[in-house]
Design a binder for this molecule. Structure first.
Ligand SMILES: [Zn+2]
Length: 250
């Protein structure tokens, strides 16, 4: 089974924020252990005395909240974010990142959360179908952080089980999306970092974290399917999604 761990970044209601991000990592069931071990080892190096309690959250690490406040050097905290993101590159076999970045004004009055959730589901479904065509018959499961700020996401996942969605992904999924506590799941913490990397790039113009993972979104034949950037047509963008589509909005 392929597991897609997701987390969000950005508030839909906040007028100060331009984007909403939903993203994460898809791993095969056996790979969860290796991703978890990699992040555990990193936690042991950073905080040997209390590594099990140490959580990787971009919005805590970069500004220096909680434990991260004790690391006074911001460049050091930045390095820890980059190192944590790089853990996915050690995985063997088939895995991929998935992400949807929505410029809220570009899809108004459509609901950015609903748009992002459907797009992620659709792209995960396409990945599973491609695996199926290659003889790898696996089902998928979507796992979300239960403390997501956007409760609308929880409602959507619940509705999903009752009615499916317009892309008909239900056939590819083993069950309805599940919610887990990020404190107990390193893979959800990794999804948090992926969303934070996208957030920093698209909202803040800082691509140092994105550069660690930018080439890891699901792709086939040089076309990136695992990343969607919905933006205003007049905005030029060099992200992998826009670049493989001539920089235009599709
Ligand atoms: Zn773009």
């Amino acid at each position: 089974m392929y597991l897609l761990y997701l987390d969000d970044a950005g508030s839909v209601k906040s007028a100060n924020e331009t984007h909403f991000v939903l993203s994460g990592i898809c791993v095969f069931e056996r790979q969860v252990h290796y991703l978890t071990s990699g992040l555990d080892d990193l936690a042991k190096q950073i905080c040997p005395q209390d590594h099990e309690q140490l959580e990787f959250h971009g919005s805590h690490m970069l500004p220096g909240k909680g434990f991260w406040r004790s690391i006074r050097d911001k460049d050091e905290r930045r390095k820890h974010i980059r190192n944590a993101l790089a853990e996915c590159r050690k995985l063997r076999g088939t895995w991929a990142l998935f992400g949807v970045v929505v410029e809220k004004a570009a899809i108004s009055p459509e609901d950015p959360i609903e748009f992002a959730f459907e797009q992620i589901c659709s792209r995960f479904d396409a990945f599973l179908k491609r695996q199926f065509r290659m003889g790898n018959k696996q089902r998928g499961l979507i796992i979300l952080d239960k403390s997501t700020r956007e409760t609308r996401l929880q409602a959507l996942a619940t509705e999903f089980g009752k009615s499916g969605h317009r892309y008909g992904i239900l056939h590819s999924l083993a069950d309805v999306p599940m919610f887990v506590d990020s404190a107990a799941t390193r893979a959800i913490q990794f999804a948090d970092l992926v969303s934070y990397a996208l957030w920093q790039k698209f909202e803040r113009g800082d691509d140092q974290f994105f550069n660690v993972i930018g080439d890891s979104f699901d792709a086939e034949g040089g076309v990136v399917h695992g990343l969607l950037h919905r933006k205003s047509p007049t905005v030029f963008c060099d992200c992998p999604y826009c670049l493989t589509r001539g920089g235009r909005l599709i």
